[in-house]
Design a protein around this ligand. Structure first.
Ligand code: FAD
Length: 431
């Protein structure tokens, strides 16, 4: 089954030229396209499947500063402001609610870890604070566990991934962007050493600049040009309950579950302590660049060798503009959810807050996340391919920062003052 999301009607005809082509209609691509269109820059966004159908509709919708890498906090703060104004900006609901995020600690050592984040980022995450078990109970009544404490940020929030991208893409079109779905970018074309167009499955579109915002596919697209983006896939499984009473509107993360209210009154739940890590050929090629992550995060990874390896192996890694590409064979990455992990999440949550014991599952799904070696994205020019900017590798937390990341990419393209210092996102850090 495919993840439910709001579908958008877009344009049919691929123009023959434009100023900027955006590849990928996830949160990054659509916010970049909106920003460019608002600046009166001619822009065409091409999406191989449907707008928002991959990670950007499958995520939990958390918009958080809590526990974020200090270097990523300015982008998260900028994104907060953009999310707050998004409904007004796009003229449609995106489900944004500023109702706080809380990370529960079941041990003193985990609480100390949260405290060290708080101390290191005090000025960057104003309002974040530690809570005692009693303060947790006051905010989330009906619990059975005794927590060591929690890290809480009232100014964090959430939006609804199943509507946000679609709403933003409609606004981008209203501002003048052209958006084409079911149209894969195959290759880039060059003239006099600079980008001169994108060859798509529907023909070539000439342009001066390209933004690659292809999520988990970006590594494969760039690989065909000889550039290595060191991202590896992990798969995160999620479930949504039918509408039900719940203990809080705060989004809550514990070591082995998380939950937050969905706009229809149900809850979106995941096993926060585990993701599936299917081995692919890329693990053999660039796994060494992720060795630090494997060492520190091993307990979170369900490492598996199986069908994913062979399915991935069957997809081409090199092609020319005349050949059908993997982007046409796989319109939407739609991995099977790990139902055991989802059930574990529901059981763990039901033990902590018994009100969830009677929850009914309305929908479950999974999404493939593109993880970089330091879990920060790359938002930068590709020096060896003049005219190409990339914004990818959001490592499981790019929905929250998405609007600011898309704007940063647009700033780089326009050579405008960047919304935040782009230094943490330089591509050269991996070379
Ligand atoms: C289960 C799950 C939970 C998550 N929870 C959160 C959370 O709570 N908060 C948070 O901040 N982040 C979360 N994330 C991460 C977040 O969803 C991503 O970081 C973010 O959506 C990335 O957006 P994107 O635009 O880079 O990628 P995507 O949304 O994956 O979009 C990329 C698009 O590019 C298209 N594309 C690729 N190649 C081509 C091509 N050659 N031609 C045309 N189109 C192409 C794809 O079809 C796709 O639609 C979660 C992710 C998952 C999977």
């Amino acid at each position: 089954m495919t993840k439910q999301l709001m579908r958008v009607t877009t344009h049919d005809q691929l123009p023959s030229s434009t100023e900027v082509v955006v590849i990928g209609g996830g949160i990054i691509g659509v916010t970049a396209a909106l920003t460019l269109a608002e600046r009166n820059i001619p822009v065409v966004l091409i999406e191989k499947g449907s707008i928002g159908a991959e990670q950007s509709s499958r995520n939990l919708g958390w918009i958080r500063k809590t526990s974020r890498h200090a270097q990523d906090l300015p982008l998260a703060q900028a994104a907060d402001e953009l999310w707050q104004n998004m409904a007004k900006r796009v003229g449609l609901d995106v489900g944004y609610r500023q109702q706080g995020i809380m990370f529960l600690a079941n041990t003193e050592s985990l609480l100390a870890w949260h405290e060290s984040w708080l101390n290191a980022t005090a000025t960057l995450a104003p309002g974040s604070r530690l809570l005692s078990n009693r303060e947790i109970e006051e905010r989330i009544p009906g619990g059975r566990e005794k927590w060591a404490g929690a890290l809480y940020t009232p100014s964090d929030g959430r939006a609804e991934p199943d509507i946000a991208c679609s709403a933003i893409s409609i606004a981008a079109m209203n501002k003048g962007a052209t958006i084409i779905q079911q149209c894969a970018a195959r290759t880039l074309s060059f003239s006099a050493g600079k980008i001169s167009g994108v060859v798509t499955e529907r023909g070539e579109i000439h342009c001066r600049q390209v933004l690659l915002a292809g999520g988990a596919w970006s590594r494969r697209f760039l690989g065909n040009t000889g550039v290595s983006l060191p991202t590896l896939p992990v798969i995160c499984s999620v479930l949504r309950t039918t509408p039900m009473d719940g203990p809080t509107e705060i989004a809550v993360g514990a070591p082995d579950f998380s939950f937050r209210r969905h706009r229809d009154g149900g809850f979106i739940i995941t096993q926060r302590g585990k993701v599936d890590a299917p081995i692919t050929l890329d693990h053999l090629k660039i796994g060494w660049q992720h060795r630090q992550q494997f060492r520190t995060g091993r307990q979170y990874l369900n490492v598996r060798f199986g069908s994913h390896f062979f399915n991935d192996l069957r997809l081409a890694r090199r092609w020319n503009s005349q050949q059908q590409t993997p982007f046409e064979s796989v319109r939407t990455l739609n991995p099977e959810p790990n139902r055991q992990l989802n059930q574990d999440a529901l059981n763990n949550l039901g033990r902590a807050w018994p009100i969830f014991s009677g929850a009914c599952i309305a929908e479950d799904w999974a999404g493939v996340i593109d993880v970089t070696p330091d879990s920060l994205p790359v938002i930068d020019y590709v020096d060896s391919l003049p005219g190409l900017t990339i914004a990818c590798g959001f490592s499981g937390h790019g929905f929250g920062t998405g609007p600011a990341a898309g704007q940063l990419a647009a700033d780089l393209i326009c050579q405008d003052t960047p919304i935040v210092d782009p230094a943490p996102y330089r591509f050269t850090r991996f070379h």
